[in-house]
Design a protein around this ligand. Structure first.
Ligand SMILES: Cc1cc2nc3c(=O)[nH]c(=O)nc-3n(C[C@H](O)[C@H](O)[C@H](O)COP(=O)(O)O)c2cc1C
Length: 225
């Protein structure tokens, strides 16, 4: 069993954070999480989950967001708590995941500018040679964003963009989210059933996922199928 650190920033895609934390705990691990100031605003906007004034999540909030089973394995830290264990390399982690990773946090981590606990935990993972995954979300990416991703990838970070595939015939948002989260968990070596596994073009879709693609919403009425 390992303890993972999940940094939740002001990028869009907090459904990924939720599924990721749930996946890590389902895989038998503990999770430390910290939400940046901007992350707290997006968390409230996208998931309806309100952080405390210092950005940490109260126990009952974690339970509402993650479910009682999962929240028991989660510790939440204020992003200003730079004295917290994830700030030190002596505090062992299985890895750090920035999910979603805003372009702001990406830039600061890429230059080693640790202004809060999320950025410091990422910096620690890089200096200690531990797994560090960034899940960037922006569109389009500017040259600066791409350079920052390259800079991090060259220093050992794993860049898994929040861009789900469609070849597994997703039917729900959960299917799309699961595709990305499955990739993150696979890369960390965490056993999971988050995403559908490709079986080949002729294989039937996995239970609960897939089926025939939905009708084309852009097709003109009465057009031949
Ligand atoms: C609703 C909402 C969605 C946002 N989505 C993104 C996004 O997808 N990617 C991004 O880089 N910034 C996004 N931002 C802007 C960041 O939150 C902002 O740049 C912030 O300063 C990032 O701070 P942080 O890196 O400390 O979390 C969004 C902001 C809001 C309010």
């Amino acid at each position: 069993m390992s303890r993972y650190f999940v940094g939740i920033t002001g990028g869009s895609g907090h459904a990924y954070s939720r599924a990721l934390v749930r996946g890590l705990v389902s895989g038998g691990h503990d999770v430390d999480l910290s939400v940046t100031e901007a992350g707290a605003k997006v968390l409230l906007h996208e998931e309806g989950i309100a952080a405390r004034a210092d950005g940490s999540l109260a126990e009952d909030t974690l339970t509402t967001w993650l479910g009682p089973e999962v929240s028991r394995s989660v510790r939440s830290f204020s992003t200003s708590a730079i004295e917290a264990p994830p700030s030190s390399g002596t505090s062992l982690t299985g890895g750090v995941i920035l999910c979603p990773c805003s372009m702001g946090t990406l830039a600061r981590v890429a230059v080693g500018f640790s202004s809060n606990l999320v950025e410091r935990a990422a910096d620690v993972a890089l200096k200690e040679g531990r797994p560090m995954v960034v899940v960037p979300r922006e569109a389009p990416y500017s040259e600066i964003h791409l350079e920052n991703m390259l800079r991090l990838a060259r220093r050992g970070a794993i860049v898994i963009p929040a861009s789900p595939g469609f070849y597994h015939h997703p039917k729900t948002i959960d299917d799309l989210v699961g595709h990305v989260v499955g990739k993150i968990l696979d890369r960390l070596g965490v056993e999971n059933a988050a995403g559908a596994r490709w079986q080949g073009l002729d294989a039937p879709d996995e239970p609960g996922i897939g089926g025939p693609p939905p009708p084309d919403p852009l097709a003109s009425p009465g057009a031949a199928p």
